[in-house]
Design a protein around this ligand. Structure first.
Ligand SMILES: [Zn+2]
Length: 302
């Protein structure tokens, strides 16, 4: 099979809202418009927040929208060994190290240093205090001993070493989306651009959490490769993540998809829609009598 391959990759930690609908409809219209395929990936690595009823809920919402996905569906929770193996491989190559610092300890260290130096608190693109690399310098024996003693730890990418191993230049290939005039909901792939990526802005990012043998970044990069995704269409809030993803792709030796980062729907107050802010869910809209056709029309896909 050939043709572009797209994906929709929700996390089942809440119900889907209008922003998800706009994103999946854009992916669907691109797959239709290019003779490609659209795959579904359930990003359920979080054992606490991902709940079975929410997975069923998102499948129901997507079916209600009239969406069909090409098989197979991928569930991240079924591939934890794959992620674990990749983290070990990166560690064996000297590109990852265990970090024993809690989030609170990191914030305290970074804030104390900012007070001392009179400089602002350095932050990663997600707004978290930028990890100062404390555990990078631990003697190997010490780290091994602490791990053997069962001390909780995450794994971090040693970005300086990673950049030495895969010097780049790191770029992401992006593409514009065209809307076919008079062709209803169909979209197409427009002009491609090469944009510079700056992975170092993430410092030494977590590639495996304390409680999960991967992080969002590593899982997504591996999954996109395994699923043969050629075109990633996702929200502009993930644009900075792509800077890191292209470095991980170079390190692991997989090809980099093309990217399109779409604008985000805002609520009446101008805030990005989010489950955490109680944005109206597709389930609410369905219960209030809205039809899938009306919703598609509202989002520009009729
Ligand atoms: Zn640490």
């Amino acid at each position: 099979m050939s043709g572009p391959v797209f994906r929709f990759a929700p996390s089942p930690n809440g119900r889907l809202h209008l922003g998800h609908a706009a994103s999946v409809l854009l992916n669907d219209s691109l797959a239709r418009g290019t003779g490609g395929r659209l795959l579904l990936r359930i990003e359920d690595i979080d054992p606490v927040r991902s709940r079975p009823e929410l997975i069923q809920g998102l499948r129901d919402d997507l079916a209600w929208l009239g969406l069909r996905f090409a098989p197979p569906e991928r569930r991240q929770s079924e591939h934890l060994d794959t992620y674990r193996h990749q983290v070990s491989t990166l560690a064996e190559r000297g590109l990852a190290y265990p970090c024993f610092c809690s989030r609170g300890a990191i914030a305290a260290m970074v804030e104390a240093e900012a007070v001392r130096s009179g400089m602002p608190v350095p932050r990663d693109p997600d707004g978290a205090p930028l990890y100062p690399g404390t555990c990078r310098a631990l003697p190997e024996g010490v780290a091994d001993r602490r791990r053997a003693a069962g001390e909780p730890h995450s794994w971090r990418l040693d970005t300086a070493r990673a950049l030495a191993a895969a010097p780049g230049p790191h770029v992401m290939r992006t593409f514009a989306v065209t809307s076919g005039e008079g062709r209803g909901p169909v979209r197409g792939i427009g002009t491609e651009r090469v944009e510079r990526a700056d992975p170092a802005r993430w410092g030494d990012p977590v590639i495996a959490r304390r409680d999960v043998p991967t992080s969002y970044h590593l899982a997504v990069v591996l999954d996109d490769a395994v699923q043969g995704i050629t075109h990633v269409v996702r929200g502009a809030d993930l644009r900075a993540s792509t800077d890191l993803h292209v470095l991980l792709q170079a390190l692991i030796g997989v090809s980099s998809p093309r990217y399109h980062h779409h604008g985000l729907l805002r609520d009446a107050a101008g805030e990005k829609l989010a489950k955490s802010r109680g944005s109206q869910s597709l389930a609410d809209l369905r219960a209030s009598g809205e039809s899938p056709a009306a919703l598609r029309a509202r989002l520009g896909f009729a």
